[in-house]
Design a protein around this ligand. Structure first.
Ligand code: GCW
Length: 674
């Protein structure tokens, strides 16, 4: 339940002694609610980690001094103004030695930065870092770091595998359990500063007054932790709630309805963040129903929000059965021509890949393709296509893979991270979204390791340059142990986990071959889902000759949506990274790959390697017995056991199915299932 905010006493006795001698007293003058929660947190953490009460000292003799130059005359005297980051959320943590006495200052321009500085300092203690020479000056790279809850008003969570929704709508606004505060603490500790409370497949009810009151109650709990609330808005709400005949974004009555509704929302929630919208996708209503485009729809909402400083996050995840082309191309085709046509307070929210949160996808071609529009990333933390909360998948590596992909939109080095941070195209408005994996489960996320994805998302949203490896290590230290052997072993499990899943589910660029609708388990044979491109067969196209989706110029030509350097690489079977091979190319079963293997043999190896790797994970995890608490050890051990049998299920199901086309034997050494 405590996530990474575990404040048990430091185990290493020498270090404990040292910390105790370095942090004896604290000076933290509180002048706001936000500073109040920061103070509460640091006291809670110090009392727990040091195993004794630190004293409060309002003088400059205190060993830990926290605040802003305005709130604290001691800080004003000790720190020169230009040392403190200028950004509204940045902080400075610095060690001073005066008269051979060590003093640590945590300061910022305002209380938000102080709050983040406090959490960072706690992290340093939890991970047993030295305090001797701190000089840590940090600011977030991306401004709006948001969680998207796909939570329905009836308490269910779309693609949620961790119990039901955290939000107990029927008890709100009267009842706000401490769990909501703990949720806010967890988010603030990793820099998340916004949350969309309801599913993108939304119900207009969430915009009615009773629900606005409930939303306001949540906003009140989150506010001191620097977290804004946002709502998914149903595009047809003017019809459903307003009794209008249309939701046409150019209709004056419709515009007025949104203006009035927005005004009303701000009466209840003065710092409301804005709207997230899924329109004209998977049956959701949108501007195209009235012959208008995405910009018309987004701009109407943007105009209503602008007077209050709110933003629109308009999703680019669009596809529908009326468009006969390759589904991977639809978002680019619809959005690229609209570049520059959106209002200043609109962001286009793009999933990391062009199909749908697959275990591996090449980056979305829209990144870099809309330089005149702020675009934001949408990652999925909940493991819709990655074994729900049963399989161990650390996704830090996956997020990094997308971030570091080079779009070449402005030449070499135009990475997705550069696009998202606004640096490449000089945008001030920047944002990132993660589809939450959080629910009412005692451990919040279902699988104990799924917590690491919430954590990694927050840390990477703060700074996409952090490494997946470093974040994993940090998370293990905070969540499990500082024991070096355990750290190395668990880190290895985490760093290899996602590739392992790719191997036993969708190696070599295969995609969307999961079972139908629920997406759990293999289903490469799925047909008859209403239209061709909603079947698994559509995505892998296996037949007696070969396998793979031809997205080159001789196929759907989706490669042409990338900038020329990338298009050339992805489009050339000799140059394309093999991890994306069957995403872009169709090959014969007997074609030779880089390893010298035939495609068929290579596929077999990947599937077998994947299953075998889960077995090794189990062995490594067994070695962790006694190094971490028994409860969590046993829980993960049991889950790994299921994962191992399901990895074999994936392997055998996919290979047997594909073999019915290739008619080739398993290569030597693989004949007997392991
Ligand atoms: O991945 C798909 C999911 C849908 C989801 C949709 C979306 C919220 O299967 O459940 O709906 O994407 O992102 O809109």
């Amino acid at each position: 339940y405590r996530l990474w905010l575990r404040y048990d006493r430091i185990e290493n006795p020498d270090l404990l002694e040292k910390y105790r001698s370095q942090i004896k007293s604290i000076n933290f003058e509180v002048k706001s609610e936000m500073a109040g929660v920061a103070k509460k947190e640091i006291l809670l953490a110090l009392n727990g980690l040091l195993g004794k009460k630190v004293t409060l000292d309002a003088t400059n003799l205190a060993s830990l001094i926290i605040g802003t130059p305005e709130s604290s005359s001691v800080i004003k005297a000790m720190v020169t103004a230009n040392e403190i980051p200028n950004s509204p959320e940045g902080f400075l943590i610095k060690t001073f030695i005066t008269n051979s006495q060590l003093k640590i200052v945590i300061c910022a321009k305002n209380d938000k930065g102080v709050l983040y500085g406090v959490y960072h300092f706690i992290r340093l203690l939890q991970s047993n870092s030295s305090l001797d020479k701190l000089n840590n000056n940090q600011s977030p790279t991306i401004k709006n770091r948001i969680l998207n809850h796909w939570d329905n008003l009836d308490g269910t969570v779309e693609r949620g595998y961790a119990g039901s929704s955290l939000w107990e709508w029927h008890k709100l606004p009267g009842f706000t359990p401490t769990r909501y505060t703990d949720y806010a603490r967890a988010n603030a500790s990793i820099g998340i500063n916004g949350t969309v409370l309801n599913n993108v497949n939304t119900n207009a009810l969430s915009l009615t007054v009773p629900y606005l009151l409930k939303t306001a109650a949540l906003a009140k709990v989150f506010r001191p932790y620097g977290i804004k609330v946002y709502l998914s808005a149903r595009f047809s709400a003017p019809i459903e709630l307003g009794g209008l005949k249309t939701a046409d974004p150019l209709d004056p009555q419709v515009k007025q309805w949104w203006i009035d509704k927005t005004k009303e929302i701000y009466q209840y929630i003065p710092d409301f963040g804005g709207f997230l919208v899924k329109a004209n996708s998977e049956g959701q209503p949108g501007p195209q129903n009235y012959g208008r485009n995405h910009a018309d729809g987004a701009n109407m909402l943007a105009d209503a929000l602008a007077p209050f400083g709110g933003i629109v996050m308009w999703r680019a995840f669009v596809y529908d059965d009326k468009v006969p082309d390759d589904r991977a191309k639809q978002a680019y085709n619809e959005f690229k021509p609209l570049d520059g046509k959106f209002r200043e307070n609109v962001l286009v929210q793009i999933k990391n890949g062009a199909i749908d949160f697959q275990p591996r996808e090449p980056f979305h071609p829209l990144f870099g393709a809309m330089p005149a529009t702020p675009v934001m990333m949408e990652f999925q933390l909940t493991q819709e296509y990655l074994g729900f909360s049963t399989h161990l998948a650390y996704l830090g590596t996956m997020f990094k893979e997308t971030f570091s992909s080079d779009t070449y939109s402005k030449g070499k080095g135009s990475t997705v991270a550069q696009v998202i941070s606004g640096k490449l195209d000089e945008h001030q408005l920047t944002a990132i979204a993660g589809v939450a994996n959080i629910g009412s489960d005692v451990n919040w996320c279902g699988h104990p390791f799924a917590q690491s994805n919430w954590y990694a998302y927050g840390r990477l949203a703060w700074n996409p340059e952090f490494s997946a490896d470093q974040i994993a290590e940090e998370w293990i230290r905070l969540t499990f142990t500082n024991d070096q052997l355990a750290l190395t072993a668990i880190n290895k499990i985490m760093m290899e986990s996602r590739e392992t899943i790719v191997n036993y589910m969708t190696p070599l660029g295969l995609h969307h071959i999961m079972a139908r609708n629920h997406h759990y388990g293999p289903g490469p044979w799925v047909k008859n889902a209403g239209r061709e491109d909603w079947t698994s067969v559509y995505y892998h196209k296996a037949d007696s000759i070969g396998i793979g989706f031809n997205r080159t110029a001789t196929g759907s030509n989706a490669v042409a949506q990338y900038f020329p350097v990338v298009a050339e690489q992805f489009g050339d079977v000799k140059q394309v990274p093999e991890k994306y091979l069957l995403w872009f190319h169709r090959l014969k079963w007997t074609d030779q790959l880089k390893s010298g293997n035939t495609l068929w043999n290579e596929l077999v190896e990947h599937y077998y390697d994947g299953a075998k790797a889960v077995d090794s994970m189990q062995v490594t995890w067994q070695g962790m017995k006694g190094k971490i608490d028994d409860d969590r050890h046993e829980e993960v051990a049991q889950l790994l056991k299921i994962q191992f049998s399901e990895a074999k299920w994936w392997r055998d199901a996919c290979l047997l199915y594909f073999q019915s086309f290739s008619k080739l034997p398993l290569p030597a050494g693989y004949e007997k299932p392991q």
